[in-house]
Design a protein around this ligand. Structure first.
Ligand code: KG4
Ligand code: ZN
Length: 341
């Protein structure tokens, strides 16, 4: 089965073609067109511009990937959560192709796609052990959820204010070092001392699995107000901020994994590209959790892409295979900018 994946939930226009055979799959095409340079001058994503860029790009990407009716069996498209005007471009494109080519269409939850990005490491339809714990960290979301089967999730903790990626982006703006903040802070952090500046670890020891990052952001603001950080101090601030975020994420994830006795831990979302988070969570799971498998996406698939949407689409198909009407009717698919896991 060959699945065309389409993703336009935020500021990346993406198209992928995956060929599923037996217990594995091949990534035949994977194209991502990022709008980062366009939004960078505004210091954040401008939704109206993002949507217009998707409209301009999507057909070119499909053409570049040489997608045609003959080479695909199913279309999978991200239908939420995300920016509504961005989502609409991908979903309406997918609906049009589904109608014109007579191909079944399946909607994908973007958060679930980030979870399945871990499957892109081995290109196998991994059979994982349940219950699993998933940590999704992106520009719009920060959540911990229990996964009891494919497609079955229970959110056990969320951020009460900023998402992790958002905190990285806002702190980078305060430090005037560019957009998007995550990769820039992470790079500068490599040259700094993570213990140099004292910053809070909000809610780390709270009696639940929720998060809060706005206090940390404000703490950075107080320390840098009126200053233009350079060299050593800038590197130390980036390293200390990154360490504070990673400490909280790792502590809470391990605590939840222990409490619920999970057999698998999965990391996903744009912030899963963060090296420190990847290393410290890998180490923590190995050291503190017995016989628990840890899955994470290859760095190049941590950010938004359509290959992960195609994998999530494949699993959705298995789930709904026997229920008529749920599969394939382009009329039934609607965007939902607030779609939950
Ligand atoms: O998943 P994603 O590509 O888009 C959303 O669905 O939101 O996540 C984007 C977020 C941005 O906030 C970006 O700053 C952050 O992921 N990010 C990182 C890193 N790479 C991207 N954050 C920390 N460290 C990184 N290396
Ligand atoms: Zn995302």
């Amino acid at each position: 089965m060959r699945i065309l994946g389409i993703e336009t939930s935020c500021d990346e226009t993406a198209v992928a073609l995956l060929d599923f055979r037996g217990s594995g799959f091949k990534i035949v095409k994977n194209l991502v067109s990022s709008q980062v340079k366009i939004h960078a001058r505004y210091g954040g994503i401008v939704p109206e511009i993002a949507a217009r860029e998707h409209v301009k790009t999507i057909i070119y990407l499909l053409k570049e990937a040489k997608i045609s009716s003959e080479i695909i069996d199913v279309i999978a498209v991200t239908r939420g959560p995300g920016l509504i005007t961005s989502l609409l471009v991908g979903v309406e494109t997918a609906k049009t192709l589904s109608y014109a080519w007579g191909k079944p269409l399946v909607g994908v939850n973007h958060l679930e796609a980030h979870i399945f990005s871990a499957w892109l490491r081995k290109n196998k339809l991994l059979k994982i052990k349940f219950p699993a714990l998933v940590l999704v960290v992106s520009g719009g979301h920060t959540l911990l959820a229990l996964m009891t089967d494919y497609g079955r999730y229970k959110v056990i903790g969320e951020t009460l204010d900023d998402a992790v990626g958002e905190a990285f982006d806002k702190v980078a703006k305060m430090l005037d070092i560019g957009y998007p903040g995550g990769p820039i802070i992470s790079k500068l952090a490599g040259k700094g001392d993570p213990t140099a500046i004292k910053l809070p670890r909000a809610m780390m020891k709270s009696n639940n699995f929720d998060f809060s990052f706005s206090g940390l952001k404000t703490a950075v603001l107080y320390k840098v107000q009126g200053l233009k950080l350079k060299e050593r101090l800038l590197f130390d601030m980036c390293a200390s901020f990154e360490q504070a975020v990673v400490d909280v994420l790792v502590y809470k994830t391990l605590a939840a994994a222990k409490k619920f006795g999970v057999k698998t831990v999965i990391l996903g979302g744009g912030v899963s590209a963060n090296k420190k988070l990847r290393e410290e969570l890998t180490r923590g799971v190995k050291k503190e959790l017995f016989a628990t498998e840890f899955l994470l996406p290859p760095i190049e698939y941590a950010g938004d892409n359509a290959a992960m949407a195609a994998v999530a689409g494949y699993f959705n198909l298995q789930k709904i295979r026997n229920k008529k009407n749920l599969l394939g009717n382009w009329r039934d698919l609607e965007v939902d900018p607030n779609l939950e896991l």
